[in-house]
Design a protein around this ligand. Sequence first.
Ligand code: NAP
Length: 259
Amino acid sequence: MDLGIRGKRALVCASSKGLGLGCARALAEAGVDLVMNARGAEALEAAAHKVREAFGVDVTAVAADITDADGRAAVLAAAGPVDILVTNAGGPPPGMWTDWDRDDFLAALEANMLTPIALMKALVPGMMDRGWGRVVNITSQSVKAPIAVLGLSNSARAGLTGYVAGTARQVAGKGVAINNLLPGSHDTARRTAIDEMISKNQGISVAEATAQVQAEIPAGRYGTVEEFGAACAFLCSQCAGFIIGQNVLLDGGNVNATI
Ligand code: NAP
């Protein structure tokens, strides 16, 4: 399927590994030039090199913390005007509701709500002026069904979801489509870290912890970063211009809901 975005330019945040890298690779496969970002320069340069080699697109790599104002400014300066924005960052730590104080909430809001909002504020006006743009925010299935130990994530991502619901409808008339992609359990380093935590807490092996979680997913497995990236590239395609302000869940059927 021709996604119709060959020659467009995208900023994909937090994209040296995991879901962000899956999105970067799928966009590159569709012929999109990239600005890739992560904090660790070595892994980022290696990922960018592989994308250039595999797909022959132009890739600029900017090592910076996207949740920090100076880091974000460096990424935006290197990116210049882009047609496609994929927002992403690490998720907040798990814990109990009694663990978190004001500063923990401020950090989570900064990373998973205010950072994507700042990136949209910086880049969407240019997309509107040019009459075409796509934004995909990587959030979480916890937006649809809370994950109790991820209270910081539940809170910050719910805030971003509310912002997108209104803002997407304000910019759609200028050819800009903003949507959110909600990962369930995907096979990434973050997922492995969670399975290692379950293994430690329950005194079982990591393989047993993984099998236990996967048994709860109707699809019987974790999602792949390739599947996630393909869904992202579709939402960034010419085909997706009538999909506005939606929350697209990729969870193998894990959230038990009719709608
Ligand atoms: P991952 O495999 O750990 O990859 C995270 C990527 O983001 C790495 O490239 C990392 O590189 C980069 N990164 C992290 N913090 C950053 C920052 N402040 N600035 C710039 N880059 C940053 O994680 P993932 O599984 O892909 O998860 C991505 C997002 O989806 C997270 O917010 C996570 O909570 C959410 N999510 C994931 C799942 C899942 O099953 N995987 C499910 C629900 C939600 P550096 O460390 O070098 O910066």
